[in-house]
Design a protein around this ligand. Sequence first.
Ligand SMILES: Nc1ncnc2c1ncn2[C@@H]1O[C@H](COP(=O)(O)OP(=O)(O)OP(=O)(O)O)[C@@H](O)[C@H]1O
Ligand code: SF4
Ligand SMILES: [Mg+2]
Length: 340
Amino acid sequence: MADLTPPVVEPQADDTQVLAVSDLRVSFQTPHGIVNAVNGLSYTIRRGDAVGILGESGSGKSVGVGAVMGLLDSPPARIEGQVRYRDTDLMTASPAEARGIRGDRISIVFQDAAAALNPGLSIGYQISEMYRVHRPGTSRTDALNKAVSLLDQVKIPSARQRVHSYAHEFSGGMSQRVMIAMAIALEPDVLIADEPTTALDVTVQAQIMQLLDELRQTTGMALILITHDIGVVAETTERIMVMYAGRVVESGPTEDVVSRPSHPYTVGLMDSIPRARLKHSKLRTIEGSPPVLTAIPNGCAFHPRCSRRQAICSQDMPELQSVAPERMSACHFAAEVLGG
Ligand SMILES: Nc1ncnc2c1ncn2[C@@H]1O[C@H](COP(=O)(O)OP(=O)(O)OP(=O)(O)O)[C@@H](O)[C@H]1O
Ligand code: SF4
Ligand SMILES: [Mg+2]
């Protein structure tokens, strides 16, 4: 049985802190056993933060934010831990209270914007009705004007005309702008973007990332960006969390983590990507496979793939702890890794 003792990071008393995830665990009951997708995930987000989440496919990035947003069906998901928005724990809040926060104070955009839009309703109708649901009492005219100003804000040309268009009349990049408009309509404190540009071509990707960055800076909302593109993380975020087997294994200022990782897994992800080629570099494939989540290895979950492993690594699970100012690593030999 894997040792899954969590690194409990107590939420700090800080009035700029908007989101605190503490010891989050998500498992799924499946015919093949219990899939442990998120295993003691803890982090805090402050207003204005720009945080990237990196990790191979299956590391629990989407399930982790899905639990924050209340998007996981339970069953099959079993969710434990704390997800706190300011003073409210979303896990114990009443459904009405949680609804007033999820999709309102914390919102999310996904990869496949076109699929998320209703093909039978105009863009303006979709934005303004969503707005009226969350801000009851708003007139149809005011809500439509709000939709126009949002389309302007996400730089859709001729917003006053385009507000009457349908999803099929928009390109992939423009559809993603519409989804971003909906996500920022209620002026959230936190916007989660789960691979928002994966389906788009490189030029459009850069434009969407620039838009998200500008919106963060002008509105003061926090941005949590999930992506496989290290270049995008390096350019857009100030902090990185690296996930492995449903936990954060390394976190710290983006520039520092990218240039001087303190966890062998991060070293593996960054290795062999020359700085000049960082832009648009996808995560490197590292030797071996991520663990089967029905049977996560004892000790450090990364040990079967780690060239630095010692005897202790298969016995004791390393806690996420400080290795340098603002730097956290869950490796028994973090200081040595950081030191090179
Ligand atoms: N409903 C479900 N039932 C069973 N297992 C699930 C379910 N949803 C997710 N999982 C599993 O949880 C694990 C984590 O999935 P998640 O989608 O969070 O990965 P990810 O890090 O977002 O990967 P990617 O980079 O591919 O998007 C995966 O092994 C996935 O198969
Ligand atoms: S704890 Fe051991 S196995 Fe895990 S990353 Fe560090 S050196 Fe490698
Ligand atoms: Mg995902």
